[in-house]
Design a protein around this ligand. Sequence first.
Ligand SMILES: C[S@@+](CC[C@H](N)C(=O)[O-])C[C@H]1O[C@@H](n2cnc3c(N)ncnc32)[C@H](O)[C@@H]1O
Length: 284
Amino acid sequence: MLSYRHAFHAGNHADVLKHLVLIEMLRYLTQKSAPLMVIDTHAGAGCYRLASREAQKLCEYQEGIGRIWQAEDAPVAVAQYLAAVRELNPTGELAQYPGSPWLARRFLRPADPLRLFELHGNEARALSQTFAGAGRAVRVVEGDGLALLKSLLPPPGRRALTFIDPSYETRHDYSAVIAALKDAGKRFATGTYALWYPVLARLESRQLPERVQRLSANWLHVRLLVRAPSSDGIGMSGSGLIVFNPPWTLADTLRQTLPWLTQRLAQDERAEWRLETGEKRTED
Ligand SMILES: C[S@@+](CC[C@H](N)C(=O)[O-])C[C@H]1O[C@@H](n2cnc3c(N)ncnc32)[C@H](O)[C@@H]1O
């Protein structure tokens, strides 16, 4: 049994980046009236109390959402993200942080299907509670989201955003996302897929972006480093997302947003952002 629990990390710099990108994609993809299915393969608990013992252990949120929560000069994309976080904290005190399922629900229309997978029982139960009474459009499944993804592809309306946010606890997680994305591309090549990854010293993490980019004809890669890698190679110095078939507006929005965000989240002078987009390379 693996030990990762997102409650220890909720609202950190990686959550800020991944949730900002998620919201931008949702805002674009819900402009068309046709239904959009969102598949969250690694959903977590859905919502996090920042006063919890877990969140207070390392207080990672203070170096993430805590740094920008009160900003009044944020670029539009950040302002939209902050508005969603503030909705969850109506008293003006930062008490709760939304997970990807909560944000997806917030930006979807009532009839848009939301499919949430979570492997671990306690998290899946918390997720079910978060969405109790949410109606038939939302389904919570306790199980392996990467293995079960194929059961949803292609989606009935042929419009879907798949958000893949693994905990990368084992080496297997890296090969599993590659295999799942390869398989998903064969079943439903025109869908939008977003894969989050941590910037770590380990080889699998360093190789992942290049390996993933080879799988798609149309990708966007965004990365935000908040600090230099530590000398002992431990810890996450930043994170990134690779998006297949991104909304055409996403690259420009990120270019306008990342300088501000990087400056606000920087932990040392090595903080930087990078954005690349690409055409097809050779198949793996
Ligand atoms: C990084 S957290 C997800 C956070 C969430 N996406 C968010 O943004 O709020 C990763 C979650 O995936 C779960 N998990 C790990 N392996 C999984 C798998 N194969 N299928 C589904 N969930 C998995 C973990 O229990 C953990 O709750």
